[in-house]
Design a protein. Structure first.
Length: 212
């Protein structure tokens, strides 16, 4: 017969105590602020301020100029071959004359490294924190697509921009994979020098459609 160790004895006593102790009901407080709203111009100004502070590039435009602005951004960064989610609106690429690769699960993540950039839509954005949420929908694609290429052009509709985090979370579907983006990927090295592009795109360009 194996002699129990001190660890076995301690854990056994804990299990016995838990079995005998009553289980108290645990309530989760939900008293945080919800339902805040800001006018369109204030949400646009606040989100832009936060994104610029995070060193993202912001390009406001009307919906009818989406393709033009997306193409201008891609040309500015020399992106000749880009990846897009399978469900991205084709009209957004109407002015782009480079090569477009529609993404699929059959393409390994390592294969995305050969792309110059990626264009996606977005689910919701939080003006207060400057955070863009992607939820894996057909026009946003899998997480690897938005993380591997060095340039991410993300299209945001102003109607999907909310004031704070509770308002943003309320618009998300909990069962969907959610990616939160606050500026280009960045971290600090041992000397606290900012290093970009370590865990995701080095450049984030946000096209905000102000009338949608």
């Amino acid at each position: 017969m194996t002699t129990p160790t001190a660890r076995d004895t301690v854990l056994g006593r804990i299990r016995d105590a838990l079995a005998l102790a009553p289980t108290p009901g645990t309530g989760i407080p939900r008293a945080y602020r919800t339902g805040r709203a800001l006018p369109d111009d204030e949400r646009l100004t606040l989100l832009t301020d936060r994104l610029v502070d995070y060193k993202a590039q912001v390009h406001p435009c009307t919906a009818d100029r989406t393709a033009e602005v997306v193409a201008e951004v891609l040309r500015e960064h020399g992106a000749r071959r880009i990846g897009v989610p399978a469900g991205l609106d084709e009209q957004w690429l109407g002015s782009y004359d480079g090569e477009v690769q529609r993404d699929s699960a059959d393409i390994p993540a390592a294969g995305l490294d050969s792309l110059d950039g990626v264009v996606t839509a977005s689910a919701v954005s939080c003006a207060e924190t400057g955070t863009i949420f992607l939820d894996g929908s057909a026009d946003q694609g899998r997480r690897a697509l938005s993380l591997v290429p060095d340039l991410h052009v993300c299209v945001v509709d102003l109607s999907s921009v909310v004031a704070g985090v509770p308002e943003a979370v309320a618009r998300l579907v909990p069962e969907r994979p959610t990616t939160l983006i606050s500026g280009p990927s960045a971290t600090s090295d041992i000397e606290l020098e900012r290093v970009e592009g370590v865990h995701g795109p080095r450049t984030l360009a946000v096209v905000i459609r102000t009338d949608v």
